[in-house]
Design a protein around this ligand. Sequence first.
Ligand SMILES: Nc1ncnc2c1ncn2[C@@H]1O[C@H](COP(=O)(O)OP(=O)(O)OP(=O)(O)O)[C@@H](O)[C@H]1O
Ligand SMILES: [Mg+2]
Length: 460
Amino acid sequence: MNCLRHFNTPQLELIHQGKVRDSFRINDDSRMIVVTDRVSCFDKVLKSTIPYKGAVLNGISNFWFEKTKDIVGNHMINIVDPNINLVKEAHPIRIEMIVRGYLTGSMWRKYQKGKREFSGVKAADGLKKNQRFPEPILTPTTKEESDREITPEDIVKEGWTSDKLYSKMIDISLKLFDLGSKILGEKGIILVDTKYEFGLIDDKLILIDEIHTPDSSRFWSKEDYDKNPEKAEQIDKEFVRQWLLNNKFDGKIPDELPDDIIKETSKRYLEIYKIITGNEFIKTGNIKNRIYNNLVEKNIIKDGYVSIIMGSPKDIEHCKKIESYLLNYDIFIEKRIVSAHKNGERIPEIAEVYNNSIETGCVIAVAGRSNGLGGALAANLAIPVINCPPFKDRTDMMVNINSSLIMPSKTPAMTVIDVSSAALAALRSLNIRRLKDVFIKEIEDIKESLIKADEEIRNN
Ligand SMILES: Nc1ncnc2c1ncn2[C@@H]1O[C@H](COP(=O)(O)OP(=O)(O)OP(=O)(O)O)[C@@H](O)[C@H]1O
Ligand SMILES: [Mg+2]
């Protein structure tokens, strides 16, 4: 299916992987947040992905960032791709500002068991499931290993933020909730509850993370609620939840959805997008190709990479020679040290990134004496592997070359001895149109220079 489960590239450092989003370091001042098509239910990520879910969620969040920017500034720099935002790096205030308009979800479950105080807010006796509060309430939690309810006094006392800033956060959260409720109300949707996250940039408070998305909020259809308040269900995820509950296997909730349920869920997300933003969701072609094109066009990644993996730090000089031939081609170059014999357990970790990388790549394996590296890489990587073993002298080469040349079946490591040729072989294996044009020109130049040399020698 045309989905994004994980975003991988060796070019950017993965700084955080949440249930749904992957965040990457761009520089000290910015990060890139990729909203994938993963879906989590009952706090678990399912194996199935939902087409368009990531772009829908990001589109909805972007809609709200724009609508609320007069209430509070936010972290947005620009939308790189429907699934990806570039955002300003903030110092996050590790408090989730949860605003609730109705008594439901985890709060209802605790209320039913007799609990009456939530993060310092007292709930009256005799409330019913899904009952509306006279005014929205704030039940903040800390963002820790496991989230914890916390009172406003303790937020200040424990040093999560200052009294002054927390007062501002309350004021802004309630204003955001009010605006969200109004706008959604006009579209027949109830904003039941949601959470906001704030951060500081140069002491200025801004809104970070995401806002009013189906992943950070609960939405009910007003029509359903008016019919029977206690039966109101979350309009996005409830469908998936119900299916999982109705299809337990051996008493366990499944971790995969059948195709028709995936399709229906996707359709529902597209509908929510249209209702909230008022715009039809525009479907584009292959998601990974689109992301690749957008990231390259916006100079966030290079269009391809060559990774030089050496078996030992002693091979560094040889690797630098190869690198010198790669430098002129404006690709990303990575150098790694991994010994197949001594820490081969790192190879699957590398394979995870390279095999799933959004851009095209190639590996040059540098290991001379009994080269186990090239074979181990070629057997695990879905991208080309070229051996370029370093040899001290001809004798060393004659003794050791077979360990590069002779590979087991289905272990397609190629061997190129000359460093400039190994670099070129790697670049050509990337099959990038931009580079092909460069190579055509280089080949023509060589021909021309030979003809010139020939003419010169004949005329002398
Ligand atoms: N502009 C920003 N600057 C710094 N940190 C940010 C910014 N925007 C979001 N974050 C942080 O990035 C992280 C995003 O995490 P994400 O929501 O993907 O996963 P999670 O919160 O760890 O888990 P879950 O999947 O349960 O939500 C959060 O810790 C959030 O506070
Ligand atoms: Mg989160």
